[in-house]
Design a protein around this ligand. Structure first.
Ligand SMILES: C[S@@+](CC[C@H](N)C(=O)[O-])C[C@H]1O[C@@H](n2cnc3c(N)ncnc32)[C@H](O)[C@@H]1O
Length: 192
């Protein structure tokens, strides 16, 4: 079975979607085989609408077709790296960055294997379907790629274990729940 986080082949059928996030208008090309192909995911939207005062160096982990990295670059003064394991998604993110007149650095990476620096922010709508072990690896390993006081921002739904995750992350980070909307939790985990 093919999932959006694998590189299994599913026939391509690109489509264009438009959205407005806090006065920033964006157009995205999406495709079969990538997350939320019908348009901006509500969890991602809630995450982006909650972000404030972002600056410095940002990593968009699991960029999909690019909404997080592209929005952050357009809305704030930042340098953005964006990674994904899914090559189709990564190529869409490259097209979408150009389509929205933004310059972000997009490359393939399984987990953090091609990451060589530390960031002020790691922002993610993380892959849940990979299972708890890999999800926790993504979120706990993020600490190694954050500067001191750097922040990991993520969205997760309460039905996907938001409360337990926030509690578990407290072992390694200082946690703040920045927003809740229709069951989606926006969690900020600070590397203190
Ligand atoms: C929930 S989707 C979010 C996509 C996009 N950021 C958005 O908000 O629409 C999670 C993304 O993580 C990617 N992903 C899954 N496993 C990964 C891994 N091991 N390394 C890097 N990216 C991964 C998936 O391919 C997918 O694009």
């Amino acid at each position: 079975m093919s999932h959006y986080f694998t590189n299994d082949y599913v026939e391509s059928k690109e489509q264009k979607t438009k959205c407005i996030i806090k006065n920033t208008e964006l157009t995205f090309i999406t495709d079969n085989g990538v997350f939320s192909k019908k348009g901006l995911d509500f969890g991602t939207r809630t995450l982006l609408e909650t972000l404030d005062n972002i600056s410095g160096q940002v990593l968009d982990f699991g960029c999909g077709y690019g909404p997080i990295g592209i929005y952050v670059k357009k809305a704030f003064e930042t340098e953005v790296d964006a990674i994904d394991i899914n090559v189709r998604a990564m190529n869409l993110a490259k097209k979408n960055a150009e389509l929205n007149n933004t310059k972000i650095n997009i490359f393939e990476s399984n987990m953090y294997e091609n990451i060589t620096k530390q960031y002020d922010y790691i922002i993610t709508n993380p892959p849940i379907r990979v299972g708890k072990k890999i999800l926790y690896q993504i979120l706990f390993d993020a600490k190694k790629y954050l500067k001191k006081e750097g922040q990991l921002w993520l969205v997760i739904h309460k039905d996907q274990g938001a409360k337990t995750l926030a509690k578990d992350l407290e072992k390694e980070y200082k946690i703040e729940i920045k927003n809740k909307n229709k069951g989606f939790y926006i969690i900020c985990a600070r590397n203190n």
